[in-house]
Design a protein around this ligand. Structure first.
Ligand SMILES: [Zn+2]
Length: 391
């Protein structure tokens, strides 16, 4: 590759803090940066400082009236509408400033790729995929993923593919480009019958001008790495190969982990690592190597998120870490100082084998019915054969 990846980070991003015991706790980012640093993942890497995104950029995907409501919310209090002031999306001080900095971080990452300065860029503070045009949702105030994709389309990219592996449906990003044939959104998530936000069904295929560019893979609760990987491999590579995006944008939420308190998929850190390596390979094969990655959900703050996103940053930087690597003593001590009752894993993996049996049309686990439905709904719209495992 040669080109160093751009890593956007500033401690000011910790200001996106929903407060109290809200699960979206910025400690997860702080501990991730500390772990990556102590493992040497960030050695010699210049951390790029973001600016606040101006309103003109946020307005790419949000109404001006909503932005004004976000700005005023801390003064107004509770009854501000637009999904604000709820248990999921509490009003917090400087919420416009904090969220526009997250958007600015994803924009800076996109700009580094578009300018040719780098092929890969990452903003682990990003991935606020539930925010809608006129409202906050699911802990997300502004949708930095959608802003970055829109910006890329205005700055040289003709097609952008978005792959969202968070346990929740990437509904806000899907909605922003639902009828735009230039953007292929693919979301793998826990079934909407069983989890927020209740969308992401196979039948959500895109608007009349963009049929087949909205792809949803709703997975049964308790899905583990091998089944998750089979679904990914049976759908995502073929579509990216056919769509040929100029940039691959990924939302890498890690609330799919078995220990995550908010959802019921049963993946491991080893599975997350395997997915990142696959996304990197797909970007190299089908997107000219251009890969913009964001974080996302992930609420096992101590045991899961720091390890998974350290693997993500390491993968982006081609500094892959072996799952058997021990957690650094200093990091463990620091975590135990803050959370004396925590029990921490000893290594960078969970000791799971993320390998899978490929889909061949004859598999009979619950996930295989989903794979069949998705392929039959989507593949013909891309000229692919839903029954041919080679497609
Ligand atoms: Zn999530």
């Amino acid at each position: 590759m040669g080109t160093p990846a751009a890593v956007v980070w500033d401690p000011a991003l910790l200001g996106y803090d929903l407060g109290g015991d809200h699960p979206f706790n910025p400690l997860r980012l702080e501990l991730t940066i500390a772990l990556a640093t102590q493992l040497g993942v960030l050695d010699g890497v210049e951390l790029l400082r973001p600016e606040h995104a101006p309103d003109s950029e946020i307005e790419r995907v949000h109404d001006a009236e909503y932005i004004a409501a976000v700005k005023q919310a801390p003064m107004v209090g509770w009854d501000v509408g637009h999904g604000l002031g709820t248990a999921d999306n509490p009003v917090f001080s400087d919420m416009h400033e904090a969220t526009s900095l997250v958007v600015g971080a994803s924009l800076l990452a996109a700009q580094k790729i578009a300018s040719g300065a780098t092929n890969r860029a990452i903003n682990i503070a990003g991935g606020l995929h539930h925010a809608m045009r006129d409202r906050a949702a699911g802990f997300c105030v502004y949708n930095d993923c959608a802003v970055a994709i829109s910006w890329l389309l205005d700055n040289g990219a003709e097609r952008v593919a978005y792959v969202d592996v968070d346990v929740h449906h990437g509904d806000g990003t899907q909605a922003a480009f639902y009828d735009d044939p230039r953007v292929l959104t693919i979301s793998l998530h826990q079934s909407p019958m069983t989890l927020f936000p209740g969308t992401g069904r196979v039948t959500e295929l895109g608007g009349p001008n963009a049929q087949g560019t909205s792809v949803n893979i709703p997975l049964p609760p308790f899905t583990r790495d091998p089944a998750w990987q089979r679904a990914f491999h049976a759908v995502v590579p073929s579509l990216l190969k056919e769509f040929r995006p100029d940039v691959l944008v990924t939302q890498c939420g890690v609330d799919t982990h078995e220990e995550d308190p908010l959802a019921e998929l049963y993946l491991s850190v080893d599975g997350h690592r395997e997915t990142y390596r696959m996304l990197r390979s797909l970007a190299d094969q089908y997107a000219g190597g251009k890969w913009l990655s964001m974080g996302g959900g992930g609420y096992q703050l101590l045991r899961v998120v720091p390890r998974s996103w350290t693997h993500l940053m390491a993968t982006v930087l081609d500094r892959d870490i072996d799952p058997s690597t021990a957690l650094p003593y200093q990091w463990v001590n620091d975590v135990l100082r803050r959370a004396p009752n925590a029990t921490l894993p000893r290594t960078m993996g969970d000791g799971m084998d993320p390998g899978h049996e490929p889909w061949d049309g004859s598999n009979t686990e619950p996930v295989d019915a989903v794979i069949r439905d998705v392929r039959h709904a989507v593949f013909p719209l891309h000229g692919l054969d839903p029954d041919d495992p080679r497609d």
